[in-house]
Design a protein around this ligand. Structure first.
Ligand code: NAP
Ligand code: MG
Length: 505
């Protein structure tokens, strides 16, 4: 292990199991086997030091073939194929218990790999994942078809059967490696599907650790396979694989378009959870102090690497200066530390590439005439830190207003009336989420209807729950994760007819 990372682990008393785990090289997990690393490997960095943490295998199309074959076999033969719904439920519930038991271990792995703050990682990423497994476990015993009264000539009994859709290809991003993976696997497991999961190349470790818990919980081999490596190579091979029956992707819009095209060629249904540039609209009667306070979570949380982050704020012109003042106060109060530090409010971003991309947006903002009320650069020193940034603008067409920066950055713009606020908010290619801040209920209800967004919050931003469907419109994709809506993506409907004979009587 790199000495700087060893020192970090010692300083923050990282669990010995975590140090041992991340120190090794990591290969794929296919058909219940942890495969040795052969051939090309990929470097994995530790974001608070910028040092090399470990290496992972760089998978090939042949690895994807092997994983899809294993998943297909587990779907149709073996223990999973004949497992009763209540046993499947029990496996999911015990997986949730094991996640809870190892929450800190998983979160420490995640923090070393991704950079995020440890405390929230335990609470939200890891325990949130366990909560979703429990929620979806409930559906395992509640999958229902229907009987129908048909008008076709003759006498019939007609019914529908709901079956697992088949092998699911799940591709996840690096911003919530463990949590997004739980979003991808909980529902298909409840439905009885099998899965090939591809984590992001920067952040594969927490899911590789998770495979140990799968074994402990009694998940049969081949039900969950994890293939690691480059998206352009294995992600593409997976999304377009003829042995896959459903593709579930979370990531950026450009890659989502490619994944959708690959799935389309294979005629696999697809769910795409893509990027966002989610507006917050604050009317003249809004509680601006509460709004500003909420940006700790809704804008700066996870160093702003949140798909549904409230990254554009439209404020009624009468309160614009006041809003900026509140926001700057919050942004300046955030302590930038390594994610393992208990005093960390905001960790580094995931990689040098991500930091540089954010800084390029700040440069673009300066060139286009945006104002910087605070931040706008990176602090001196090691690691991929970016200062919490509040920009101001009056032109909705600026790149920093239109494009997803995916960093700790908020741009604030003024408006004069409700129609204008909604027009500005809806004038964007994305439609993932949005929020309305007002005490006027009629206004809130009007805005909820008119805002183009998959989730809308009133006097809050970025609430999520296992029971509530999450997913966007327009270039933010289609389909939902979580809630009963997600389960439906992993079931297919078979129409079954019995012809009733005339009989003897
Ligand atoms: P990304 O670059 O699109 O990557 C997402 C995943 O796709 C990674 O596993 C990546 O592998 C893989 N991939 C790359 N090229 C591929 C290809 N040609 N075919 C198939 N898979 C491919 O996204 P990211 O940078 O990791 O994550 C940030 C983005 O995710 C943001 O846009 C954010 O808004 C979005 N996001 C959306 C949601 C939501 O629920 N709507 C939630 C979280 C994040 P590699 O790692 O090897 O490149
Ligand atoms: Mg990393």
């Amino acid at each position: 292990m790199d000495p700087a990372i060893s020192a970090l682990c010692e300083r923050y008393r990282v669990d010995r199991r975590v140090v041992d785990f991340v120190s090794g090289e990591h290969g794929h997990y296919v058909d219940g086997e942890r495969l040795a690393v052969t051939g090309e490997t990929l470097d994995v960095g530790e974001p608070s030091t910028g040092r090399l943490l470990t290496r992972i295998a760089s998978g090939t199309a042949a690895d994807i073939d092997a994983a899809v074959t294993a998943a297909r076999r587990a779907l149709t033969t073996g223990a999973w194929a004949v497992m009763r719904p209540n046993e499947r439920q029990r496996v999911l519930l015990s997986l949730a218990d094991l996640i809870e038991r190892d929450a800190r271990v998983i979160a420490e792995i995640e923090t070393l790999d991704n950079g995020k703050a440890l405390g929230p990682c335990i609470e939200m990423d890891v325990l949130g994942g366990a909560d979703l497994l429990r929620y979806m476990a409930g559906f395992a015993t509640r999958i229902e078809g229907a009987t129908r009264e048909v008008s076709a000539p003759g006498e019939h009994v007609a019914m529908t059967l709901r079956e697992p859709v088949g092998v699911v290809a799940a591709i996840v991003p690096w911003n919530w490696p463990f949590n997004m993976a739980m979003w991808k696997i909980a529902a298909p497991l409840a439905a009885g599907c099998t899965i090939v999961l591809k984590p992001a190349q920067q952040t594969s470790l927490s899911m590789l650790y998770f495979t140990r818990l799968c074994e402990e919980a009694g998940l049969p081999p081949g039900v969950l396979n994890v293939v690691v490596g480059r998206g352009g190579v294995i992600g593409d091979a997976l999304a377009g694989h003829p042995g896959v029956s459903k593709v579930s992707f979370t990531g950026s819009t450009p890659v989502g378009r490619q994944v959708g095209a690959a799935a389309g060629r294979a005629l696999s249904p697809v769910t795409l959870e893509l990027g966002g540039k989610s507006p917050m609209i604050a009317f003249a009667d809004a509680d601006l102090a509460a709004l500003a306070e909420s940006t700790r979570f809704s804008v700066f949380f996870n160093a702003g690497q949140v798909c549904s982050a409230g990254s554009r704020l439209y404020v009624h012109r009468s309160r614009f200066d006041e809003a900026v003042e509140f926001l700057v106060r919050v942004a300046r109060s955030l302590r930038l530390r390594p994610g393992l530090d208990p005093e960390c409010d905001m960790g580094p971003v995931v990689s040098a590439g991500q930091r540089d991309s954010i800084l390029r947006y700040f440069d673009a903002g300066r060139e286009e005439g945006a104002g910087f009320a605070c931040g706008g650069d990176a602090p001196a020193g090691e690691g991929y830190f970016v200062k919490p940034t509040v920009m101001t603008a009056s032109d909705n067409r600026l790149r920093v207003v239109q494009e997803e920066i995916f960093g700790p950055a908020l741009v604030v713009l003024p408006f004069d009336d409700e129609d204008e606020a909604l027009a500005l908010a809806n004038d964007n290619e994305y439609a993932l989420a949005g929020s309305v801040w007002t005490k006027d209920l009629d206004r809130a209800l009007r805005c909820v209807r008119r805002l183009e967004a998959g989730s809308v919050w009133v006097n809050a931003h970025d609430l999520v729950d296992s029971a509530m469907p999450f997913g966007g419109f327009k270039s933010s994709g289609f389909g939902k994760d979580m809630g009963p809506e997600q389960l439906a993506h992993f079931l297919r409907t078979k129409a079954v007819w019995f012809q009733v004979g005339a009989g003897e009587g």
